[in-house]
Write a protein that binds this ligand. Structure first.
Ligand code: ASP
Length: 429
């Protein structure tokens, strides 16, 4: 295919980076030539279109990925033996990663490097959107600690599907639906399972097309952003600190947190684990896809770490969709960064929403390159942060994606080793 040939010539992440640079140059030129209005009228709409495409696909994507992920747990015999423990461990790991990400974002505050004048200009631009949400957030602070339950359980699911800020409710419904499908005999739900398999293929193809448009979308968004920042350079310093914060957080998870877990909760030696996982991490790093890395992860976990096939063939494929520690930590930092850069104040209720949304949405993130920024647009909208803020970080996404994918696959392997130890205590991996 022609587009494929073009993408192999210039890899997508380079195209995105070029798009970002072109956008910055166009934005700066517009400031010098007084062409901000041209940017506003003729270029900005293309960026908005790209964001809309991300938003339109996010809900179907997360719905289908979640249903497929949960129903993929398949026959209950296997599920009850390994499933409960595996899911619990995955949930604990993801929650820890998100909480750590929120902590890092709140302590380092990379977005606060953005000059207050520039941040004010930006927030003025999105004033009505931000003010609306700020009002809602202020109301929420007075609604009691269990108020967030209302945000999770809808009274009418069709209304949730039509409101981008209600995605948490869609996620709840998807998990509820998938659990019911999981309990029923396979033959009974086969048509629905086949339908979701096919739907998943179609939606992933649509996601691929949208991601392929990223270079143009990023160029337009960046041009507009630079023009609105009035060429203020503080944004670049903030971006550099943001990238460093994400990289540091991911490296801590990979080289401090996982080794500690391996050391104390598996019979393996840390050095053994690190050595066996190194090629897998490298593979994940270069492909940026935990799904593509799955066979390599399986091979290392079974043949080098000695985990039984029964455990690895269940824990790892489930982990590819459900367990994304790198992605969830990244999403938390990115959300806080964009909020800080755009001058959006987040109340504690919004922080709780970010926590829940990030945990659940990283479960629904496909293990493909750039999978999480499609989902990030949705997380941002649900807490009232203008999704256009994504423009700030997309240009830098690829290297961070490489790193978070390496973390994602390592997390799956750690859990596989832990489950193996619990199921076969005599059978030392
Ligand atoms: N690329 C990641 C993965 O495949 C997903 C993401 O965070 O974008 O695991």
């Amino acid at each position: 295919m022609k587009t494929q040939r073009i993408t192999t010539r210039i890899p997508l992440y380079l195209q995105i980076l070029i798009g970002m640079l072109v956008g910055i140059i166009v934005g700066l030129a517009a400031i010098h030539l007084g062409g901000e209005q041209v940017i506003h009228n003729w270029i900005a709409p293309w960026g908005k279109l790209f964001i809309r495409l991300l938003q339109v696909i996010a809900v179907p994507l997360i719905f289908v990925t979640l249903v497929k992920g949960v129903t993929g747990l398949q026959d209950m015999g296997r599920f009850s033996r390994l499933g409960g423990r595996t899911l619990l461990l995955y949930l604990i790991f993801i929650s820890a990663a998100v909480a750590f990400g929120i902590g890092m974002g709140a302590v380092v505050k990379p977005g606060s490097l953005v000059d207050s004048g520039a941040a004010a200009r930006i927030s003025e631009k999105y004033q009505s959107e931000i003010a609306d949400k700020a009002l809602r957030a202020a109301e929420m602070q007075h609604e009691g600690p269990l108020r967030f339950l209302d945000d999770i359980v809808p009274a009418n699911i069709t209304l949730s599907f039509t409101d981008n800020s209600k995605t948490l409710q869609v996620i709840f419904f998807a998990i509820f639906f998938a659990c019911a499908a999981l309990i029923l005999p396979r033959e009974k739900i086969r048509p629905v399972a086949d339908f979701f398999d096919a739907l998943n293929e179609i939606i992933l193809r649509m996601v691929g097309w949208i991601i392929a448009l990223a270079p143009v979308g990023v160029a337009a968004l960046m041009a507009e952003l630079v023009a609105s920042f009035g060429g203020n350079g503080s944004i670049f310093a903030a971006l550099a600190l943001y990238a460093l914060t994400v990289a540091l957080a991911l490296l801590i998870i990979m080289y401090v947190f996982y080794p500690i877990v391996i050391r104390f909760m598996s019979p393996l030696r840390t050095s053994e684990f690190v050595k066996a996982m190194y090629p897998v991490q490298l593979f994940a790093f270069t492909t940026s896809s935990s799904a593509v890395t799955l066979p390599v992860t399986m091979d290392a976990v079974e043949n080098k770490l000695g985990v039984s096939k029964e455990v690895s063939s269940f824990v790892l494929p489930v982990g590819v969709t459900i367990n994304m520690d790198g992605t969830s930590c990244y999403q938390a930092i990115a959300t806080l960064f964009i909020a800080q850069a755009l001058g959006v104040d987040l109340g504690w209720m919004q922080i709780v929403t970010i926590l829940l949304m990030t945990i659940l949405s990283s479960i629904g993130t496909p293990g493909i390159p750039g999978g999480s920024y499609v989902i990030l647009a949705m997380v941002l909208t649900s807490v009232g942060i203008p999704p256009e803020g994504l423009a700030l970080i997309i240009g830098l996404d690829r290297p961070l994606d490489m790193l978070r994918t390496a973390v994602n696959v390592t997390g799956d392997a750690v859990v596989a080793c832990m489950i193996h130890k619990q199921t076969d205590p005599g059978n030392k991996p």
